[in-house]
Design a protein around this ligand. Structure first.
Ligand code: FPP
Length: 253
């Protein structure tokens, strides 16, 4: 039987890096796609894919913390996902509760700070309660920032920011001259967090699906056909390893 490695103790992970100390992406964002197909391929209900997706999520949070990634942003539920059958929506929206019921003590012990982005107030009470408890109980931690995107849509986020800016201009809380890329960013859900350095999308599709459109302007992208439930530390390391080889020029030469 394979030896069970305790949560957050994957020491051997770092050894597979191109360079374990240098050029680790500070912020990694992930579009966790392919849960439904993973289940379908096995003749299982889609919920089984999401359940397995949660296990992959646990592994990747652990790997990111081990690698000293500063921020991990996970796209868990988009504003477009409401088009799915009610039972599937409920299943996904109960996953934060399931995850936090089991792992919140581990997250606290390992100095992880949980935050959320998206229209959280429109989520069911059970999702909000679990999230809020995790946010409150980890708010003083200064290790990995684990940001869960729930009921998140980037166009909605930008529109929400524009409306708040207009209200602030109207109330003379700010002037038009003060509006620039930096001040605009402060109106986004991601205020205070640097833009992702690396975006990973699993499941074979090569699109952004309304995720962090403003924030990903200069992010490095890494795509894989691997379905999210099969995504492991190995693929995570591959993505980080490739990031370490990239030359980021930000429009310069
Ligand atoms: C996309 O796969 C996946 C989702 C919409 C849900 C992702 C959520 C999790 C993995 C867990 C969230 C839990 C916490 C604690 C944040 P899909 O269903 O679109 O797959 P398909 O493209 O194969 O149909």
């Amino acid at each position: 039987m394979a030896m069970k490695i305790p949560f957050f103790q994957h020491k051997q992970l770092k050894e597979s890096f191109a360079d374990p100390e240098e050029n680790i992406p500070a912020h990694i964002a992930i579009i966790m796609d392919g849960n439904g197909r993973w289940a379908g391929e096995r003749g299982m209900p889609r919920a089984a894919g999401h359940k397995e997706g949660l296990s992959a999520l646990v592994k990747i949070v652990k790997a990111a913390a081990e690698c000293k990634v500063k921020v991990l942003t996970l796209y868990a539920f988009s504003t477009e996902n409401w088009k799915r059958p009610t039972a599937e929506i409920e299943f996904i929206l109960k996953l934060p509760q399931t995850f936090l019921n089991i792992y919140l003590p581990d997250l606290i012990r390992n100095n992880v700070r949980v935050t959320a982005i998206g229209d959280v107030e429109s989520l069911p009470a059970y999702t909000q309660k679990a999230l809020q408890q995790a946010i409150d109980r980890t708010k003083h931690n200064d290790g990995l920032q684990l940001t869960i995107a729930l009921n998140y849509g980037s166009r909605g986020e930008i529109l929400h920011a524009v409306k708040e800016i207009l209200a602030d201009l109207d109330a003379a809380n700010m002037s038009l001259e003060e509006l620039n890329e930096q001040s605009f960013s402060k109106y986004l859900y991601t205020a205070g967090t640097t833009a992702p350095d690396l975006l990973i999308r699993t499941g074979g599709e090569k699109r952004l699906s309304n995720f962090l459109l403003w924030q990903l302007a200069y992010t490095e992208f890494w795509f894989t056909d691997v379905l999210w439930p099969d995504f492991s530390e190995k693929e995570f390391m591959e993505a980080v390893g490739e990031y370490q080889q990239r030359k980021r020029r930000y429009g310069g030469i």
